[in-house]
Design a protein around this ligand. Structure first.
Ligand SMILES: Nc1ncnc2c1ncn2[C@@H]1O[C@H](COP(=O)(O)OP(=O)(O)OP(=O)(O)O)[C@@H](O)[C@H]1O
Length: 264
């Protein structure tokens, strides 16, 4: 696979609403997630952050009874257009989950290239070797595992497994990486390592991260969107903007209360 020089991509959600059965959980959420930036989604439990994230790469529709309205555009192209294949959206917009989920019995090497087959990308052996090194380097894991490439993915530490999952996500060359609380199962050192990796990756992939950790949002993100579902109403964005302003001079009292730990 030749190195593709991709421009950075902007992701744009427009009036996104979501339901599980008849239960509406998101109402008219619009958000621009700028190219080459880290956007953090923050807010109390149950306000719809993960649902919104899963709508951004067409995973919400995997849940039986789930539905949605609105548009999601990647560089202007609606990922929900009927003629677009679901797999294309998921290849271009990758996801890293809360709990590291490498294939535990599969080798570190095979974990990285696992997504290629699924997305129909064919590569030579030599290209595969180069790709594994490149993606593990970008994920900040290469130096730790270059002599353990044949070990099972499940033999790595939790933090290493999460970086392996980042490497696996990068191997199909996504334009956006979605991260759903990627550090919540990790110790502080591994968390710091992932945060460094995020800072390095954002020069080539747009990142959207859900986090409950306000210090983390402040450290890693350029922009923040504060979600809230008040009094049983569906989740909506109260306020969004540059992270510095959201923390230092929020416009809405509820944002101020949340980012300063007064509720949630
Ligand atoms: N598979 C599902 N089936 C039915 N309802 C669901 C499902 N997943 C989420 N919900 C509901 O949708 C709402 C939003 O949930 P979601 O997980 O998106 O919130 P969240 O802000 O990410 O929460 P948390 O921070 O706790 O992960 C909640 O009321 C939740 O109970």
């Amino acid at each position: 696979m030749t190195q593709q020089l991709m421009t950075l991509a902007e992701l744009h959600a427009d009036a996104v609403s979501a339901w599980f059965g008849s239960h509406k959980v998101l109402d008219q959420v619009s958000l621009v997630m700028p190219a080459g930036r880290v956007t953090a989604l923050i807010g109390p439990s149950g306000c719809g952050k993960s649902t919104f994230l899963r709508i951004l790469n067409r995973m919400h529709e995997l849940v039986p009874g789930a539905s949605l309205a609105g548009e999601v555009r990647l560089d202007g192209n609606d990922i929900y257009e009927p003629q677009r294949r679901v797999i294309d959206a998921r290849r271009q917009i990758g996801m890293v989950f809360q709990k590291p989920n490498p294939f535990p019995a599969m080798s570190v090497y095979d974990n990285v290239v696992a997504g290629l087959k699924l997305t129909g990308v064919r590569v030579t052996r030599r290209e595969r070797d180069d790709l594994v090194e490149e993606c593990l380097t970008k994920a900040g894991l290469w130096r730790e595992v270059r002599d353990r490439l044949r070990d099972p993915g499940g033999a790595l530490s939790g933090g290493q497994q999460q970086r392996l999952c980042i490497g696996r996500a990068l191997a199909v060359r996504p334009r956006v990486l979605l991260m759903d609380e990627p550090c919540s199962a990790l110790d502080p050192t591994s968390t710091r390592r992932i945060e460094e990796t995020i800072a390095e990756l954002v020069t080539e992939v747009t990142i959207v991260i859900v986090t409950h950790n306000m210090q983390q949002a402040a450290r890693v993100s350029d922009e923040c969107a504060f979600f809230l579902a008040e009094h049983g109403s569906p989740g909506a964005i109260v306020e969004h903007g540059p992270t510095g302003s959201m923390f230092d001079s929020p416009q809405d009292q509820r944002t101020s209360d949340y980012v300063h730990g007064r509720f949630g």
